[in-house]
Design a protein around this ligand. Structure first.
Ligand code: ATP
Length: 291
């Protein structure tokens, strides 16, 4: 098995020792490994696009942002693996990927493949989620210095800082052609959010559809109710939260420069055209993963 390992030294504050253990185990299991350390944003995508032979599998070593950039450079027919060493690692939770480097390497070589269908946001692929409104303001408001030093606490700080803004922007959404309104929206492929919290019990990453969560009531009290419901995995039970399956979503806003987030990183601004892709990507998961 030929494996290309893409390591982001900035993810999770840097995990070089874990990378070496991961690569050593891949080689012990008989894999031929080609390693690349990214130099900055989008480098993973550019590097992979310029690579003549990506091998049998490309493994992203980093967080959800790194996996997103690898996904955007992945050649057709090549499997995608993840060794989650980032801050939140939502995809790792979703696919029950091990945190120990030796076990993560075993998943790549000895695990199984499942089909996960990415979606495109304004032409760029994402695997887990994208969002507008509060969700996107929080991602865009994260202080990178604090994130490097204190990890997830940077998100908590940003969440507190953005609460007062909720409800000030109004979005017009078309979900498979159906017109709807909201004050925030999250379009998710998987169930998890912000780490191990369950955002949607309706979502299924193995199904070629996204789950669209629309936050349709205004006011900070409603937002706080949603955040508490998230802690208990009951977001879809909150009165004012709509949850719909879709293939295609369009989002507009009259305000200028309304940001979008995708897979936990800033992803431009509205309008947003989101469409589930026609072909899945094969992802390496543990042999015991329930598919
Ligand atoms: N050498 C580098 N220096 C700085 N940033 C980089 C480098 N290589 C890649 N990046 C950028 O780092 C960003 C953050 O990485 P990533 O999202 O994987 O880690 P994280 O934020 O710690 O984890 P998570 O998204 O799971 O919370 C990526 O979007 C990528 O553009």
């Amino acid at each position: 098995m030929k494996v290309t390992v893409i390591y982001n030294p900035a993810a999770g504050g840097g995990r070089e020792a874990l990378l070496y253990r991961f690569v050593a185990e891949l080689e012990r299991l008989g894999a031929t490994v080609c390693q690349y350390h990214t130099k900055g944003p989008h480098d993973a995508t550019d590097y992979l696009k310029g690579l003549a032979d990506q091998g049998d599998c490309v493994v992203a070593v980093g967080g959800d942002g790194t996996t997103n950039e690898v996904l955007n450079g992945l050649a057709a027919g090549v499997a995608l693996g993840v060794f989650a060493t980032g801050t939140a690692n939502v995809l790792g939770k979703e696919l029950e990927l091990p945190k120990k480097p030796e076990q993560a390497a075993q998943v790549v070589v000895q695990g199984k493949s499942v089909s996960v269908t990415p979606a495109r946001l304004n032409g760029r692929r994402f695997l887990m989620m994208c969002g507008v409104g509060y969700d996107a303001w929080v991602v865009n408001g994260v202080n990178l210095g604090i994130k490097e030093r204190f990890g997830k606490l940077a998100y908590v700080q940003s969440m507190l800082g953005q609460i007062g803004r909720y409800g000030q922007s109004h979005y017009r959404v078309e979900v498979d052609g159906r017109p709807l309104d909201c004050f925030s929206a999250i379009i998710t492929n998987g169930r998890h959010y912000g780490g191990s919290f369950v955002l949607s019990r309706e979502a299924n990453i193995l199904r070629p559809q996204v789950q669209v969560l629309l936050f349709q009531k205004q006011g900070v009290r409603f937002l706080l109710r949603c955040l508490i419901a998230l802690l208990f995995g009951r977001m879809e039970r909150v009165d004012g939260v709509a949850s719909l399956r879709a293939q295609r979503v369009h989002i507009r806003c009259e305000n200028q420069n309304e940001p979008i987030q995708a897979d936990g990183d800033p992803a431009g601004s509205l309008p947003a055209e989101i469409e589930v892709e026609s072909a899945p990507v094969r992802m390496r998961v543990p042999a015991l993963f329930d598919s």
